[in-house]
Each structure stands twice: as structure tokens, then as C-alpha cells.
Design a protein around this ligand. Structure first.
Ligand code: GDP
Length: 367
């Protein structure tokens, strides 16, 4: 590209070098009169939203505009990693606008768990963070579960206004927007268009709502404190659950260790024999061994028997998080972006090892 050109759809600067980055167009498309970037092209022609790499500071600048608008804010959270789904500084971003929380990936939970229970759990977590949503709606964007209930809630709470959709990367925001496009977008060529959000030339996609208002899809916010950010994108599938999680129950005695692939490890340091119930991607390899041999096995087999990751050097060094379980209630040890281990039937001392920077925490049990 000789001089700077912009996408007529979203206003982003066009480039022909990198298909993974925003503003990409194949060089051949530059011959056309009206040029749109590949992302907008896909939305127009296939009702499909393609993910792009975002510049984090540009994302924040874009989020900051929400507070100035009069709109409904819909935050997509990942029920599988709820504390990892919160957007830091969300109060500041939404200003006085109402917040509707969309608890996504409900399909990962056992059918036996009541929606009301999950909903209250999300409401509790929101309250702990000082966020007061107007409502919490559960859905599975991937399966289309309750998408009509979601659409109704959006219609009700937007009350004639624009809708901003926000979320951390990987919460399922694109899947959700694509689902909305499928269910509610028209077939016609111009039915789904993209346009720059007023005052920006950044990549926020907007979908017309018919009354002159729009659903504006904000870029995903990247949080580095989750395992999912650190594994190689090719290995991400192995740790991302894609259907109902089948919990794996281990009866452990003091002095035993569980490895979760080569990504994390849990040592049962002290306490009576008890169960450790693991909620992780069904395909993730769990290896049980003796604590006294654990370090040696870890060093010898990581990247082979203990994988992912195939390349252990791609992760930060492992650090230890020590927990005292009081057994006054059931609790979950959460390894953000990987899953959780339900404990608490007996008192225990437990050490969890995870790559430095990945958040490990104790919460009251969800199931
Ligand atoms: P985004 O980064 O927020 O746009 O997230 P994506 O839409 O790309 O989804 C991230 C990952 O979560 C992908 O692996 C999706 O297949 C998966 N995903 C999205 N929605 C759902 C859902 O409702 N259920 C399940 N099980 N997985 C989902």
C-alpha cells in the first residue's frame, strides 16, 4: 500500500502484510473502488466475525468511551473461569450505564446443577467486586442455549439505546456475536454492516438493531493471569473444555501429588485421606504419584508424558501457592484458565504449583 487507506466498514487502516492483524486486505482487493478489510468482508458476506490481534492500549481507549455513552453494557463472562473473566477497572469503563452479565459456557456444567444456583453464584461474585448488574443471564453461545432469553433481556434493558458487548479474550464474545448474527441478522448483503464507532478509527464492529441503534462489539480485553494466555495456541484446545465436564475424583492420602499435564501440580502435604475432585478439560492428562518422587518425575517427564506443554520452556517458572483447607465448607482451588479442584471434606494443607503469574485462588465451591 503506497498511501494510507482505510476500511470503509470499520475505519481501520488497511494493510496487506499480515492476515492475522487488523486491517488486512489481500493486495488484489486494492483495485476495487470500495475497499473493506477482510474482517468486515467476512461479516458482510458470511455473517462471521474473524478474531484479530488487538493492541491493549487501543482496546482500553475504546472501552473508555463507553462511560460517555448512554447505552446498555453486556459483559460476556466465562463461567468456567469467572474471576479470570472480569475486566479490571470495569466500573470506570461502564460509568453510569446499566450492566447485564452474560454467563457463557453453561454447557460445561453438569445438567444436574440448577441454573438458579449458577446465577446466584455469579451474582455473589459480582457483588464481591462491587459490581451491580441489572441481571445475570446464562447461556451457551456455542450451542445457542437460551439465546432467545438473552435477546429478550438485551431488548428489555437497552430500552431503545445502543448496546456495548465487552469481555475478556476467550470468554466467548465472538461466538456470542456470531450467534446473534445467525439468529437475528438478515440474509441480505447489507443486512449486517460494520461501521466505525463515532469518533474512532478503531476496530469496533457494530451491528444495526433496526431502530437506528447498534450492538457494538468491543475488542476483547487480554488478561495475562490465566493459564490459557500462556499455552501455545496450538495446545489451547487441550485445556479448553468443549462439552460437559466430567469431574475426575481422586482419593488421595497425605504425601501424594497430582500432575495436570505439565502445566500445574497439586501436592497433598498434610491431612486425612480425602477426595480431590478435578474439573478440567476432559482430555487433560492427570498423573498421580508420590510427593517425594514428584520433583524428579516432573523434571524427567515434563514435555513428554507430562504435557501439554510440549515445550516446557515456553512457560514461566513454576511457583508454589500454599493453602490451608479448614473443612468448614466445600471449597474450590481455582487455577485460572485451567479449571478447579474441589476440596474441603477434611482439613488439609495443600500446595499448588503453577507458572508464575497464573492466578491460583481458593473460593467457595460452585458445585
Ligand atoms: P472471545 O475471545 O471472547 O471472542 O472468545 P471466542 O468466541 O473465540 O471463544 C473462546 C473459546 O471458547 C473457543 O474455544 C470457543 O469454542 C469456546 N466457547 C465459546 N462459547 C462457548 C460456549 O458456549 N460453550 C463452550 N463449551 N465453549 C465455548
Amino acid at each position: 500500500i503506497e498511501r494510507e487507506q482505510w476500511c470503509e466498514g470499520c475505519g481501520v487502516t488497511l494493510q496487506t502484510e499480515n492476515p492475522e492483524e487488523q486491517g488486512y486486505v489481500p493486495a488484489s482487493a486494492l483495485e476495487r473502488e470500495h475497499i473493506i478489510c477482510r474482517r468486515c468482508y467476512r461479516i458482510r458476506h458470511y455473517n462471521e466475525l474473524a478474531p484479530v490481534e488487538q493492541d491493549p492500549s487501543a482496546t482500553l481507549r475504546l472501552l473508555e468511551q463507553i462511560a460517555q455513552a448512554d447505552a446498555l453494557v453486556v459483559q460476556v463472562i466465562d463461567l468456567f473461569d469467572i474471576s479470570g473473566s472480569w475486566i479490571p477497572g470495569i466500573h470506570r469503563h461502564i460509568g453510569n450505564n446499566p450492566l447485564l452479565i452474560l454467563g457463557n459456557k453453561v454447557d460445561l456444567f453438569p445438567k444436574s446443577i440448577k441454573h438458579q444456583r449458577l446465577k446466584e453464584w455469579v451474582q455473589g461474585a459480582a457483588k464481591d467486586l462491587g459490581v451491580k448488574p441489572v441481571d445475570v443471564v446464562l447461556t451457551s453461545a456455542a450451542k445457542g442455549t437460551r439465546i432467545d432469553v438473552v435477546a429478550e433481556a438485551i431488548e428489555k434493558f437497552r430500552d431503545g439505546r445502543d448496546v456495548f458487548v465487552i469481555g475478556t479474550a476467550n470468554a466467548g464474545k465472538s461466538t456470542f456475536i456470531n450467534r446473534l448474527l445467525k439468529e437475528f441478522g438478515d440474509e441480505g448483503e447489507e443486512a449486517v454492516t460494520t461501521s466505525p464507532y463515532p469518533g474512532t478509527t478503531l476496530d469496533a464492529i457494530s451491528i444495526p438493531l433496526g431502530d437506528g441503534k447498534h450492538i457494538i462489539d468491543m475488542p476483547g480485553v487480554v488478561r495475562k493471569d490465566r493459564m490459557s494466555e500462556w499455552v501455545d495456541p496450538k495446545e489451547l484446545k487441550q485445556i479448553t473444555p468443549d462439552g460437559e465436564i466430567k469431574p475426575k475424583v481422586y482419593q488421595l492420602s497425605e504425601g501424594q501429588t497430582l500432575f495436570f499435564g505439565g502445566l500445574a501440580r497439586i501436592d497433598f502435604v498434610e491431612g486425612k485421606r480425602q477426595s480431590f475432585i478435578c474439573y478440567l478439560a476432559n482430555g487433560l492428562y492427570i498423573h498421580r504419584t508420590k510427593l517425594e518422587k514428584a520433583t524428579e518425575i516432573w523434571e524427567r517427564h515434563r514435555g513428554e508424558l507430562l504435557s501439554p506443554p510440549k515445550n516446557p520452556d515456553s512457560l514461566p517458572k513454576m511457583v508454589r501457592h500454599s493453602f490451608v483447607i479448614n473443612a468448614t465448607m466445600k471449597e474450590d482451588i481455582v487455577i485460572s484458565g485451567l479449571g478447579w479442584i474441589s476440596v474441603g471434606s477434611e482439613k488439609a494443607k495443600v500446595d499448588v504449583w503453577a507458572p508464575e503469574g497464573v492466578r491460583v485462588e481458593l473460593r467457595s465451591a460452585v458445585i
